[in-house]
Design a protein around this ligand. Structure first.
Ligand SMILES: Nc1ncnc2c1ncn2[C@@H]1O[C@H](COP(=O)(O)OP(=O)(O)OP(=O)(O)O)[C@@H](O)[C@H]1O
Length: 237
């Protein structure tokens, strides 16, 4: 079953062509990675998946719905952690999780999610007083508290310490085992290699390569996704 279908997506901001004919599908239960240089169009693409931006042209379907027209219905079935999203500074960790859970008709147990993401010790701490990595962990927990069928995680482990990063990989592994479809945007190729079933490499608004990490490694005659990515990015210049 297909969870996400993107066909010939175009999005322009004034003079900037941010997304220039992107197409891909993500199967239900798949973990799909979007990698590529700064400004390559990854965030714009995921914002179109979530209905936060309206495509100029092309088709986007998530769980069979059009995000631009059915955003509220879709929001019940999706979760998202986006770059630089902020919460009110005084909102406490426990309150944020309880509040977000209440947005959903069938949420996960927010207390359990709080424990999973190691947020229990800072339950009564205000968002504004959290460290960068703690904020990031809270954002990830909030993305998952609705027990979504599709989750979009933009820069999954940016700002996390090495231990929190590995813990996050384990939790994403659990998510995968539970059958959740995940779209990960990442600049860490080691992470994409371990977590993603398939990866799309973005460059200047286009997908220049797509496949399993192993396929991309073989295609470029390299030994890791990191090396494969660098070879692909250089060849595209
Ligand atoms: N709201 C906006 N207004 C104008 N231009 C924008 C806007 N958002 C993004 N852009 C431009 O669109 C292009 C694609 O940006 P986008 O954020 O989608 O890239 P990205 O691949 O997610 O980058 P990064 O890895 O740096 O997060 C960039 O050239 C960016 O400057």
């Amino acid at each position: 079953m297909t969870a996400i279908e993107v066909k010939d997506l175009h999005k322009r901001y004034g003079e900037t062509l941010a997304v220039d004919g992107v197409s891909f599908t993500v199967a239900a239960g798949e973990t799909f990675g979007l990698v590529g240089r700064n400004g390559a169009g990854k965030t714009t693409t995921v914002e179109c998946l979530l209905g936060l931006r309206r495509p100029d042209s092309g088709t986007v379907r998530v769980l069979g719905l059009d995000p631009a027209r059915q955003r509220r219905t879709l929001a019940q079935r999706t979760g998202a952690q986006l770059q630089e999203s902020a919460l009110p500074a005084r909102l406490r960790v426990g309150e944020a999780l309880r509040l977000f859970a209440a947005f959903y008709r069938r949420p996960a147990d927010w207390r359990r999610v709080m424990e999973q993401w190691d947020l229990e010790p800072m339950r009564d701490k205000a968002f504004g007083d959290l460290s960068g990595g703690q904020k990031q962990r809270l954002q990830l927990a909030l993305a998952l508290v609705g027990d979504p069928e599709v989750v979009v995680l933009d820069e999954l482990t940016t700002g996390l310490d090495p231990v929190a990063r590995r813990d996050t990989w384990t939790l994403i592994g659990d998510l995968k085992a539970s059958g959740t479809t995940a779209v990960l945007v990442s600049h860490f190729m080691d992470e994409a290699e371990v977590l993603c079933d398939r990866v799309a490499v973005f460059d200047r608004g286009r997908i220049i390569a797509m496949g399993t990490p192993q396929e991309l490694i073989q295609q470029t005659g390299t030994n890791s996704l990191d090396q494969a990515y660098i070879a692909l990015a250089r060849a595209a210049r």
